[in-house]
Design a protein around this ligand. Structure first.
Ligand SMILES: *[C@@H]1O[C@H](CO)[C@@H](O)[C@H](O)[C@H]1NC(C)=O
Ligand SMILES: *[C@@H]1O[C@H](CO)[C@@H](O)[C@H](O)[C@H]1NC(C)=O
Ligand SMILES: *[C@@H]1O[C@H](CO)[C@@H](O)[C@H](O)[C@H]1NC(C)=O
Length: 494
């Protein structure tokens, strides 16, 4: 792969490296032409929870929403499930019908690195589909993990040139073998897949630097994510319970991406509900792996809206989203309970003796909970300056927000959450969130997922369907009212 790339470069010069033709623009030079970069935005999509989809049409809504947001391609994460090909075929067909692109992301939790031939033949199966993403005239392929796989074998089995952008790890995989590499670690961490601790703090920017160093001149596939919370107890065999620092991450990371200007960005994720980093709708058809306990009534669609001007700016080569704000909006989010609420007597992680061979299982509050602040976060997307007023329970604060995108944090107050945009003393728009902050254990759980809302509010309430709720009650030790948003005063259902 390395040799082939080199000889290509010798043969056709700069054409093999289009990024050289289009250097990162100088900070102060505004870009008028938003088609002027070769940057691409991807979004990680879990095929493994989509087994219930019956036709390509079941993918249409996801394809249209993602395309409308500015996402160029879904990274279709696959394992080795019996339904994988059925669902991949639907996804490729729907993408073609909706003018979207897709590519396969092989998940090496399920594939093994001695399966290069199987990986290659899977690539060959879809390589000629019209919706396949092609980059630099090659079939784009990615992965989760996979360090050490034989890339020459993949290509010979695929029977075609591939643009290999795996999630190798600096110091593990051979970066001579890649065309690009995906960094998965979109969250500050301790270097050991958990939240940072005193003396062990590997920031997302540290990860960027490690990948950029390992890649040299090759393009970097940078991650962007807003949250991470997983809370599986003994009710399933894959018990795991931790958070990474979230809070204003979704906003701060997009700022970082604009400064960094990598050739590719991957949003982590569209629909991984189990780890709470979805930006896609709750209503996007999927099966329930037990995550509905902390996903029900927790839409993230506002994060999709927040990223819109950042994606536009990124693609234009701009370092500021300010010129790409369309309709004015406030995006807000918060955890539904203060972090010290005590749920030990009912939480699902307290009982039994779950397997902890992964080292990912903890009892009670998710490991890393101390890294999250009891705050309510607001991002304003404005076309002219305004005052932002936030009422969080008994806490009232206001901020002067300038034109463009700005972020604010307010101390979390138990009770109703109201967000208003005021100009010249007049309320331009205002919403009270459909979700109160409560000092009790919702469904008996430590729920450290985020509730995300928008002003003005969406016209429909995004909810899990019956299939998405199938495992809601499994393992629960407390009543759990279902789909309560907009069903009356939330505090009245307790
Ligand atoms: C923007 O750039 C594209 C690609 O270089 C070019 O085809 C198009 O004409 C440009 N548009 C404007 C408005 O300059
Ligand atoms: C990790 O370091 C970053 C950058 O200095 C800092 O913003 C963050 O608060 C640190 N996290 C922890 C848990 O110490
Ligand atoms: C699970 O393993 C991790 C890593 O060894 C450990 O820190 C954690 O305390 C264990 N969980 C439980 C419930 O013992």
């Amino acid at each position: 792969m390395h040799l082939r790339t080199l000889s290509l470069a010798l043969a056709v010069g700069a054409a093999a490296f289009p990024q050289l033709k289009d250097p990162k623009p100088h900070k102060n030079v505004a870009r008028a032409n938003d088609t002027a970069t070769d940057r691409l935005v991807f979004c990680h999509f879990m095929i493994g929870i989509s087994s219930n989809r019956q036709s390509a049409a079941d993918y249409d809504d996801d394809m249209r929403r993602a395309k409308d947001l500015g996402i160029d391609a879904f990274a279709l994460n696959i394992g080795v499930d019996p339904f994988t090909d059925t669902q991949l075929n639907y996804a490729y067909e729907s993408a073609a019908q909706n003018d979207m692109k897709v590519f396969i992301s092989f998940d090496f939790n399920w594939y093994h690195t001695d399966q290069a031939a199987a990986v290659g033949s899977k690539i060959a199966q879809y390589a000629n589909e019209p919706a396949q993403l092609i980059v630099d005239d090659k079939i784009f392929v990615s992965s989760f993990a996979g360090d050490g796989i034989d890339v020459e074998q993949i290509e010979s089995s695929a029977g075609t040139d591939i643009f290999w952008a795996p999630n190798y790890h600096p110091g593990m995989g051979d970066f001579n073998d890649v065309d690009s590499a995906l960094n998965w670690m979109a969250w500050d961490n301790d270097g050991n897949n958990k939240a940072p601790k005193p003396g062990a703090n590997v920031t997302v920017a540290d990860g960027d630097q490690a990948y950029i160093d390992a890649l040299g001149d090759k393009p970097y596939l940078a991650p962007a994510s807003g949250w991470f919370f997983t809370h599986f107890g003994g009710e399933v065999s894959y018990s795991k319970n931790w958070v990474f620092p979230g809070d204003l991450l979704w906003y701060n990371r997009w700022r970082e991406i604009l400064e960094l200007g990598p050739r590719f960005v991957e949003i982590v994720t569209w629909n991984d509900y189990g780890e709470s980093h979805y930006i896609g709708p709750l209503s996007s058809p999927h099966t329930d792996d037990g995550a509905s306990k902390w996903v029900m009534d927790m839409p993230h669609g506002g994060w999709l809206e927040m990223s819109r001007p950042f994606i536009a700016a990124y693609k234009a080569g701009d370092t500021s989203p300010d010129q790409y704000i369309g309709d004015e909006r406030l995006i807000y989010w918060y955890r539904p309970t203060p972090r010290d609420v005590e749920c030990d007597s009912t939480d699902t992680t307290m009982g039994g003796n779950p397997d902890n061979s992964t080292g990912n299982f903890f009892r009670g509050r998710p490991n890393g909970w101390e890294t999250l602040q009891d705050e309510v976060f607001v991002v304003s997307l404005l076309n002219s300056p305004a005052t932002i007023e936030v009422t969080s329970g008994d806490v009232e604060e206001s901020f002067e927000a300038s034109t463009g995108a700005s972020a604010f944090a307010v101390g979390m107050g138990v009770g109703r959450q109201t967000f208003s945009l005021v100009r010249d003393g007049e309320t331009v728009m205002s919403e009270t969130s459909l979700k109160d902050i409560v000092d009790e254990c919702i469904c008996g759980l430590y729920n450290f997922n985020a509730y995300v809302g928008v002003v003005p509010a969406e016209s429909t309430i995004d909810q899990l369907d019956a299939t998405g709720l199938a495992m809601l009650s499994q393992g629960l030790n407390a009543p759990c009212p279902t789909n309560t948003l907009g069903a009356g005063a939330p505090s009245a259902t307790a």
